[in-house]
Write a protein that binds this ligand. Sequence first.
Ligand code: IPE
Ligand code: IPE
Ligand code: MG
Length: 254
Amino acid sequence: MAISSTREIPVTGAIPTHVAIVMDGNGRWAHARLLPRTAGHAKGVQSVRRAVETCGAAGVKYLTLFAFSSENWRRPADEVSLLMRLFVQALEREVARLQEQGVRLHVVGDLSAFEPKLQELIAQAQEKTAHNDKLHLTIAANYGGRWDILQATRALLLARPELAADPSGLDETSLAPYLSMAWAPEPDLFIRTGGEQRISNFLIWQMAYTELYFTECYWPDFGEEELHKSFEWYRTRERRFGRTSAQVHAVAKS
Ligand code: IPE
Ligand code: IPE
Ligand code: MG
């Protein structure tokens, strides 16, 4: 019987272990203030700082932020280049602060599309923070969930070419180690700011059983209070992973 690899019910304590956020609404935040869209992106960097601090203080172990999707290249060239500049700036300015806070930085996505300088900064920042483990901060950049599944499949077939001849040996647990966030547990809580209720090709494999929280709040306005509101909501969820409520209660008591 083929069953999902998401077998165990995670301990649903007060705080989610892994929070994944689609940081949306920067453009509309700026538009409402008669500012250029890029001003919204610049302001959004402050919300990233706040989210890292709040999650670290609350005991979240993994925070994953969608910064640039594989589809965002379709935006006007000047907006794309501003986003790249902000990314470079953040890597140059924020790494010392991450170090102080015990944050380990990971960047996932198809990094080969970025300029060599940006790739170099990413590699340096990952290396510098590699010994931290209070909070794992993952930035998804030029990331797409479909890209992730495809790159994992290619890597798996390269490592185990016999699977191509006999795919019956291929299961979820053989593919999972090749996904780009294989080191982390699957997200417990997904947050999307900005009012849209969609995944937009984020961690589509990993979020099979993630609790989905949507808020109208634009990302530049998203702060400590909003984040705690999402944690409160998460606390009220019953995660069943296909079981009945009675079964979940029985497991919780045992
Ligand atoms: C999210 O804000 C930031 C990125 C996608 C990089 P948007 O730029 O999508 O803001 P809206 O959705 O246009 O308001
Ligand atoms: C999703 O936001 C990607 C990021 C936040 C980086 P978008 O604003 O690009 O998503 P769509 O196009 O509205 O679905
Ligand atoms: Mg958007």
